[in-house]
Design a protein. Structure first.
Length: 317
């Protein structure tokens, strides 16, 4: 990759984009930046459906700033795999023609993914993993870079299909969206009820982002940092010799090896955005909560005593 794509250039660009954001918004977008540059996916947990328009606006704005295509898919109980992947039709010449679905884009917002049946969820997750889809025996590659953000609503649980743990594990980050503060909500209302049009100019091209992703992967990591990440993940497993009594009392299941991989990838991106040449243990700690919170399974005792995933992760660190 050309030497022009350095961390300083990226940081200056992003500073211009996020100067006016609140600390909570900055935390959310920092997790999204880390995930994007580490080539991963995000699962967001909405506090309620009314925040969905903020998700769409935020992610659409991010896509425009990155110079990427954006598609939003509203998941419903009757959504079929062909509705998102695409299907073959018979054209005027009586030849089958493949019509691409909304999954063929750079950034996908899978809104309320737990509302759709498992076969449609699996179709999306297969595309995330393979970066391609197979229709009628033909393989179609997805455009790179490819980035999926999925939301699920934790309030209304009737008629939902929760993602199994093995499928949740395919998402790099899980980000919790809370209610905005009073000042933030006032600002949101003012900005979304006026007639002002904001023009977003792209800062990158798709190829530049791919180059950044390759650059992030080439950042060296010290052995002690890798060992710390693996040890942290091992501590989440109740049957592991490294776990403590707190974990054994409150967890039924811990994180797998994919968590260790994502900790290092996210730590590399976090280090690069903070001007470091190599990640350290503090970078691993900075990204640990978002990477581990959806990979550990609490037991009934933790639920009864109000022990959250965040509390457990903090105890481990």
């Amino acid at each position: 990759m050309s030497g022009m794509f350095g961390c300083d250039l990226t940081e200056n660009y992003l500073d211009k984009m996020y100067d006016d954001l609140s600390k909570e918004q900055m935390r959310l977008l920092t997790d999204m930046k880390n995930t994007k540059d580490a080539d991963g996916e995000i699962k967001q947990q909405d506090i309620q459906k009314q925040l969905s328009f903020l998700n769409t606006l935020m992610i659409n704005t991010l896509a425009q700033a990155l110079g990427l295509d954006f598609k939003r898919i509203q998941f419903t109980p009757d959504l079929m795999p062909s509705d998102i992947l695409g299907s073959e039709i018979l054209d005027e010449n009586r030849h089958f023609k493949f019509i691409k679905g909304p999954i063929f884009s750079n950034i996908i917002l899978a809104d309320e993914i737990n509302r759709t049946p498992p076969k449609t969820q699996a179709a999306l997750l297969e595309a995330m993993q393979e970066r391609s889809v197979t229709i009628a025996g033909h393989n179609y590659k997805l455009d790179l870079p490819y980035f999926v953000l999925a939301t699920q609503n934790p309030i209304e649980q009737e008629g939902t299909y929760p993602l199994p743990e093995a499928q949740l594990d395919r998402f790099m980050f899980a980000i919790k969206l809370e209610y905005p503060t009073f000042e933030e909500e006032v600002k949101v209302v003012k900005q979304t009820t006026s007639d002002n049009k904001v023009e977003i100019k792209p800062l990158f091209t798709a190829q530049e982002i791919i180059d950044f992703q390759h650059l992030i992967r080439r950042i060296p990591v010290a052995d002690n940092v890798v060992e710390y990440a693996v040890t942290l993940v091992s501590k989440t497993r109740p049957d592991n010799s490294l776990s403590n009594d707190f974990v054994k009392n409150y967890l039924d299941w811990g994180a797998g090896p994919r968590a260790s991989q994502n900790l290092i990838l996210a730590a590399k991106a976090h280090a690069a955005f903070n001007g470091k040449f190599s990640p350290d243990i503090e970078d691993v700690k900075a990204v640990a909560t978002g990477i581990l919170r959806h990979r550990i399974i609490k037991n009934y005792k933790a639920d009864a005593e109000g022990i959250t995933e965040e509390v457990i992760i903090k105890k481990l660190m």
